[in-house]
Design a protein around this ligand. Structure first.
Ligand code: ATP
Length: 368
């Protein structure tokens, strides 16, 4: 282990919670009921600078016949923040553990910055910061002792280690808590500590498994803020969560997984727009909703959907901006006292459910 922050192999790697993973032999049946057909081949010229941050190709992981991950492929460019979304048991953690070199694929390949996770686990570990949804059994240590332990395990020495720990505590706002025992930390503080641990060796790619789970709204905002800063620094962030609206705000794109298969990869924006051919508009008036209903019934292109306290929701049978503007113009010309007129975005949760429905109907994956 060097002063440069290289992550050590084997025993030391295990000390930081990252067990060394052996390369399974080609053609040997795994205990998982799926024969290993393609062991990750060590490649020359690994990690070219332009390789994607994460590249997964036809990845399978099976456990005694249960196919947790079923031939998924996706690619994440460097500097992107990508949300990994799926119901319980969809295969998120299984995929992330393979990327973090904690498990091996039954079939297929996964690469981090061009390095195969099975062929080059030590190189991969230098590149990634892995944040599981727990911080292990180190509860009788203080925050400082915990970070110091991992700093030592990572091979940082002397002032270099002190500087790394101070930087990480400052970034995660843990400096004032350095002497606090870990089991006295709140959930939010604990998550920040886990993130700090993942950042100690300044990795390029962060793999965060459900970092917002169980956090209160304030702690979630804090975590979101930290992730945004990391993204601005150019780090690639691959983050799983159930809270879709939050992922939509912080991610460049969302990757949906269902039953071990990728069912969608696209921007939150494209999801919100969907394939809609009409526009839902929320209209507020000085007067009550009857006025709006009466007006909508007499207006072409417009359908009244439902009322709100002072107004209601209407559907315009177009997504063309000039038609939408024309509807507002007609309202004003009809002397409707409009105080608010805004297009409703499709909720990401609704988009996810809709995609699931489409998948069930067609049996095909959608990749935008
Ligand atoms: P959650 O959101 O609940 O964490 P997930 O999307 O992360 O779900 P995984 O943990 O990847 O889902 O699990 C995918 C499937 O694989 C589940 O059916 C799970 O029970 C199974 N599974 C995962 N790990 C193992 C294992 N080591 N042995 C047997 N089955 C496993």
């Amino acid at each position: 282990m060097s002063e440069t922050g290289d992550i050590p192999e084997n025993e030391e790697a295990q000390a930081v919670g990252i067990p060394a993973v052996g390369v399974p032999a080609v053609g040997v049946p795994t205990p998982d009921g799926l024969e290993m057909v393609e062991a990750a081949p060590p490649e020359k010229d690994a990690s070219p600078e332009d390789a994607p941050a994460i590249e997964v190709t036809d990845l399978w992981r099976s456990f005694n016949g249960l196919h947790a991950v079923q031939g998924i492929s996706f690619s994440i460019e460097r500097g992107q923040v990508v949300g990994f979304v799926g119901a319980n048991g969809a295969g998120k953690t299984t995929t992330m553990r393979i990327l973090a070199t904690l498990d091996y694929p039954t079939r297929g390949t996964a690469k981090i910055c061009g390095d195969d996770v099975v062929g080059y686990p030590a190189k991969v570990r230098q590149r990634i910061g892995w944040m599981p949804d727990h911080y292990g059994t180190y509860t009788n240590m203080t925050v400082l002792e915990y970070l110091d332990f991992f700093g030592r395990s990572l091979g940082f020495k002397g002032q270099d280690r002190v500087d790394r720990i101070l930087d990480v505590m400052e970034f995660t706002d843990l400096t004032s808590l350095s002497d606090r025992l870990i089991d006295k930390l709140s959930k939010g503080m604990g998550q920040r500590l886990c993130l700090g641990r993942a950042l100690l060796h300044d990795p390029d790619v962060l793999i965060l498994d459900e970092p917002a789970a169980g956090l209160d709204p304030k702690a979630r905002v804090e975590l979101k803020y930290l992730i945004r800063i990391l993204a601005e620094e150019g780090k690639t962030v691959f983050i799983s969560s159930h809270i879709l609206s939050e992922l939509g705000e912080m991610c460049d794109s969302l990757l949906f997984i269902n039953g071990g298969k990728i069912i969608h990869h696209g921007s939150a924006e494209s999801l919100r727009k969907g394939s809609a051919e009409s526009t839902i508009v929320n209209v507020q008036l000085i007067e009550d909703s009857d006025k709006l209903r009466e007006w909508a019934e007499l207006s072409p292109n417009v359908k009244f959907i439902d009322s709100t306290k002072q107004g209601g929701r209407i559907e315009i049978d177009s997504i063309e901006e000039d038609i939408i503007a024309g509807v507002l113009r007609r309202m004003i010309n009809s002397e409707l006292p409009v105080t608010e007129f805004h297009q409703e975005e499709r909720k990401l949760e609704d988009a996810f459910i809709e995609i699931l429905g489409e998948i069930e109907a067609s049996g095909e994956a959608i990749v935008n």
